[in-house]
Design a protein around this ligand. Structure first.
Ligand code: GLY
Length: 294
């Protein structure tokens, strides 16, 4: 099987001065994920590596550099899913872990559960030997200033449109296995305890070796209501091309005036992506050739 990886770095009105940083970030993540696939590594290793790289890049709303919540803290959500056996793992409201996507993978591999939140997720991270950090290590000056301005000027949920750089990756490995991973800091100034689409299996992400895989980005509350990723994967299962499934899935958001985007990969290794925002950062690697789009 010809391995393929596609990654996204969020769908929103990416301003001109941030285009290069987004292009560079998604390109690097896709190539690092591809290197694993090229050496016959698993699709899961590939997507976790690609998403970890974007979590460490403060360009994106994931890991360090994420939006702050209403109390000025970064609260992270992440998830993974294997198309082989439909196994999934997720974490929500995590603020003491540098790479929540790695914790989500451990939930899938080392527990009988799918989703761990808050304190329980932190205890599990410690038990698994993941590095526990001070929450302030996730806060950048840029996001502190944005948060301060929102507090002073007021905020409406629609303003999330100003930035949604949730990150995601979908891969197919040489053994025909599909995997997907997703990570986010959520929306700016969100309520404490707010959880978006990312750790909701079927909304943020879905993978099924018999059909295909997809990773969403955008306004979480809208994505949850249309079950975006599973809808796209079901369309792949019905025989739509990866591109048609991505476009039809994004069309579902219209009905509720939602916004966002999606990347798709079918079981034959064809990629698709679509969005209804001004821009979406995407990179994919097929036959060792990387393509970047924004
Ligand atoms: N799509 C990320 C979120 O709304 O939390």
């Amino acid at each position: 099987m010809r391995p393929v990886i596609i990654v996204h770095g969020g769908a929103w009105a990416i301003p001109d001065d941030l285009v290069e940083a987004h292009k560079k970030g998604v390109r690097k993540a896709a190539l690092r994920g591809w290197r694993i696939l090229e050496e016959e590594g698993s699709a899961m290793d590939s997507v976790v590596e690609a998403v970890s790289i974007m979590e460490d890049d403060f360009t994106f709303d994931a890991g360090i550099g994420s939006f702050l919540n209403e109390e000025g803290r970064v609260d992270l959500d992440a998830s993974v899913m294997n198309g082989d056996g439909l196994k999934a793992g997720a974490v929500a409201s995590v603020y003491r872990v540098k790479n929540p996507v790695k914790l989500a993978r451990l939930v899938m591999e080392k527990t009988e559960h799918v989703l761990l939140v808050g304190e329980g997720a932190h205890r599990f991270a410690e038990k698994m030997g993941l590095e526990i950090i001070d929450p302030s290590e996730l806060v950048t000056e840029r996001e502190y200033l944005r948060w301060k301005e929102m507090k002073e000027k007021g905020y409406s949920p629609r303003q999330a449109f100003v930035k949604d750089s949730t990150v995601g990756a979908v891969a197919l490995d040489s053994k025909g296995r599909l995997a997907v991973a997703l990570s986010t800091g959520g929306t700016p100034n969100k309520m404490v305890g707010r959880v978006g689409d990312v750790p909701i299996i079927g909304s943020g992400l879905y993978a099924d070796n018999l059909k295909g895989a997809a990773a969403s980005t955008g306004h979480g509350e809208s994505i949850i209501r249309v079950v975006l990723a599973k809808s796209a994967v079901d369309m792949l299962g019905l025989g739509l091309s990866a591109q048609a499934a991505a476009e039809s899935a994004v069309d579902l958001l219209k009905r509720i005036d939602g916004y966002g985007g999606i990347i798709t990969l079918n079981r034959r290794g064809n990629v698709g992506y679509a969005y209804n925002t001004p821009r979406m950062a995407v990179a994919y690697v097929v036959n060792g050739e990387v393509e970047v789009s924004i």
